[in-house]
Design a protein around this ligand. Structure first.
Ligand code: ATP
Ligand code: LTN
Length: 338
């Protein structure tokens, strides 16, 4: 009797990050750190989302440079081109093609409810372009083109993922089973880190105030300084409690890099002042990020290797999405393509 195959098809993961600047501690803890862990178990596909980046004004030469840097940073954070597909979004034309088709299955009202669109149009009131509005459709295309099962993202992207699911369900109902309906994957710890200067706002790499966020390439002195200046409150008590946004955020960060629970952190700093606590958070974060900084310095000096990884990864990505695109085009009634 032939032996039964015991191989179970691995779940597929897709995620992306925009090359809009050096990644912050928020990007790292909220998203990228889990990308690395997932590689051990799943088939992972990770992209640098440069098409998304131009929804806000970019200086062309800076975007090109930031895309290479973001790619190197992604590898420095542990993404391994031998294990996973790592590439640059604009190098696979299927993302933009599918986005158009999906935009015809997306309602204006749905896009109009997206909070990121509202936030970004308030922030960039001189450039409220159509791409900023249809941004979530492109994100849905990124995910659905690969039929991804799981999408590791920070909590701020939940609404976009929900929309991607709705688009997939609607398309499947209209044209027959085509797309996998993806689930979000949110890290247990630190899904949403807040600004160090205004802990009611999310830590964002495009924040004008450099003290508001820790960049993952900041050196130890800079990290310590930023934590020392972090906005807290006047209680001088390290406890996780409603109304203590600044301290809650620092405790979340400390927990995320040390693995300690909130109770353990409260016990560790009972009777100590905010000064000691802030220094401990700074030290722990700097130590945690040190290996990433070292690896980045090595990778960014090797342009030939990075270019080769991008070429290979983009080709692999293209081969996967070609199948989806053929199916989609057939379903919607476009004449056959070769
Ligand atoms: P920008 O400031 O350019 O809008 P961003 O810092 O918000 O960028 P993105 O490239 O939009 O970063 O997001 C990359 C990933 O990092 C996403 O999965 C997002 O959910 C996650 N992320 C971003 N900011 C945070 C944060 N403060 N806390 C946790 N996760 C975050
Ligand atoms: N919009 C995302 C980046 C992104 C993304 C994706 C994340 C673009 N395409 C597909 C997950 C899946 C953001 O983090 N701002």
């Amino acid at each position: 009797m032939p032996e039964q195959s015991t191989e179970i098809k691995k779940k597929r993961i897709f995620s992306a990050i925009q090359p809009t600047g050096v990644f912050t501690l928020g990007n790292y803890i909220g998203a990228i750190r889990s990308w690395d862990t997932l590689q051990k178990e799943f088939e992972c596909i990770y992209a640098i989302a440069d098409l998304h980046a131009i929804t806000v004004m970019q200086e062309p030469s800076a975007l090109r440079q930031n895309t290479m840097r973001a790619f190197a940073l992604m590898l420095a954070c542990g993404m391994d081109p031998e294990k996973s597909i790592t590439f640059v979004q604009s190098r696979n034309p299927h993302h933009a093609e599918l986005s158009w088709v999906l935009s015809c299955s997306t309602m204006f009202g749905e896009l109009n409810r997206m909070t990121q669109f509202k936030d970004k149009s308030a922030k960039h009131s001189d450039n409220i372009n159509a791409g900023l509005f249809t941004y979530p459709v492109l994100m849905a295309a990124d995910i659905l083109a690969y039929n991804a099962d799981l999408v590791p993202i920070g909590a701020d992207q939940k609404q976009h993922l929900e929309l991607a699911r709705n688009i997939a369900i609607r398309f499947n109902q209209r044209y027959g089973d085509t797309f996998t309906v993806p689930d979000g994957y949110f890290p247990k710890q630190g899904a949403r880190l807040m600004s160090l200067q205004d802990p009611t706002k999310k830590m964002s790499k495009s924040d004008e105030n450099a003290n508001a966020c820790v960049y993952i390439l900041d050196d130890k002195d800079t990290i310590l300084r930023k934590f020392r200046r972090a906005v807290t409150d006047s209680d001088a008590e390290v406890v996780f409690r409603e109304g203590k946004d600044g301290i809650n955020n620092l405790m979340t960060i400390y927990g995320a890099v040390t693995g300690k629970t909130m109770e353990e952190i409260e016990a560790e700093f009972a009777g100590k002042g905010y000064g000691d606590f802030k220094t401990a958070v700074g030290e722990a974060v700097a130590d945690h990020l040190e290996p990433v900084r070292t690896e980045y310095a090595r990778l960014i000096a090797d342009k030939a290797y990075l270019t080769q990884c991008i070429d290979t990864g983009s080709e692999q990505a293209y081969r996967i999405t070609r199948k989806t695109l053929s199916k989609v085009f057939r379903k919607v009634g476009f004449i056959d393509r070769k």
